[in-house]
Design a protein around this ligand. Sequence first.
Ligand code: ZN
Ligand code: ZN
Length: 406
Amino acid sequence: MTDLTLDEQKLFDFIEQRKVNDAKELIKNGDIRINCIDKTGMNPLDQACFRGEEELVRFLIENGANVDNRAHEQGYTCLMFAALAGNPPICQMLLDAGARPHAVNTINRTASELAAFVGQHECVSVISSYIDSGDIERILHPRGKESDVIYPSEFVTFIHDLTKTHEIHPVKITFEIAQNEHVLEHRKKLLFVIDTLFERQLRSKEPNEPQSIKLWIILHTIRELLKFVDNNSESGKTTKELMLLFAKKLLLMEPEDEVRKNEEALFRAAVRAFPYHNSLLFQTLAKSVAKIEFGKRPACFKMILQALFGPRFAESSKFCSTCGVSSAKKVCPKCKIPYCSPECQKFDWSIHKKCCEAIQQRPQTSSSYIELNEEDLEKMVMKDQEKIEEEEAAQNKEEEITEKEE
Ligand SMILES: [Zn+2]
Ligand SMILES: [Zn+2]
C-alpha cells in the first residue's frame, strides 16, 4: 500500500461524499497520482464506480485511470464495483476502456455473476453481451496497417456500438443506421463483419449461444432493412426516408392488436432462419415461440430477451415501445406504455393514438414469463422437431394473411 498525499486523501473523501466537481478540480490541479490506492486497495476509479458516479468515471478514464486495478484485498475490479452498484452505462464505459469481463475476485466470481447475485440484471446483460472492438478491428484489418483496405475509424466504432450491446430491437438498429448513413458505403463489409462475428460464437472453444443468437438477430434485421431499401429504391424517397419508413412499418398496429404484427413477424422469421439447430438455447427459444399463437402476447421480442439475458431482465426492465431499449423512463400519460424519449414517443404517435384507448382498456398482464419445466426440456433434447415444424407452417400462413392486410 502506498502512502497517500493529503490531496489524494481528500480526493477519496470527495468521491465518497459524491462531490464530483471538487474531485475533478483536485485531479486537474492537485498533487494526485491518478491510480493511487487507498487502504482497502481501491483506486479512485474503483471508488467512483462503487458510488455509481458516471461523470466522474468518464473523467477518470480520460485521465488515465487503470480499469484493471488488482490491488483490492478481495480482488474486486472496477467492473465488479459498477456491477454491484447496478450502473449499466458505467459497466459499458469500463468495458469500452478495456476492463476484462472474465476477471474473477478471490472467491472466483466474475462481475456478471456478482451482478446476477444482487439482482442487477441489466448489468449482467451489458457485460455478457459485450464484444471486444479488437475483434472487429482484426476482421476489418487482418494485416493491421498493411491491410489492403483501411476502413475509417468511425466505421469500426459504428459496428462496435451496434454489436457490443444488449439493445437489439430492429427499430433501434434501423435508427442507428439511418443516423449513420455513411456506413452503407461499405454495406457488404458491414454485413461481412457481423456475419463473421456471428459464425465465431458457436465455433470457438467456449461456444456462446446467447451471443450467437443476438448477433443473428442484428444480422437478420440489417439484411431485411437493406432488402426493403433496395426494393423501394425507385420510390423517389431518400435512403434515410426509406429506412425510417421501414421502422414505421414495423411499428404498425391496430386497436385490436395485442402485438405489433410486422415486428412480430420479423422476429419470428429471424428465429426460424437461425442456422444452427443443434443449439440448445435456440431449441428452447423456438419451442417457447411455437407455444404462443401468432399475434398473442408475450411478444417474440420478450421471449428473445428472456432466452438471451434471462427472464428476470426481461421482466424487471421497461422497454421502449418504439425502439425496445431497456430502462425506458417515460410513459404515455394515458395508457402508461413506456418510451425511452420524447422522440420515440413522437415517432410512434400517429400509430399509437388509434390504439391508446384500447390499450387502456386491456387487462394488465402480470407476467409474460413462460416457465419451461423439466418435461419441456427433456422433449426439447429429444428434438420434438416435427411439432415445431408443423407449428411453424401454421404461423407462416398467418403471417401471410397479416402481410396482405397491410
Ligand atoms: Zn426508444
Ligand atoms: Zn397511450
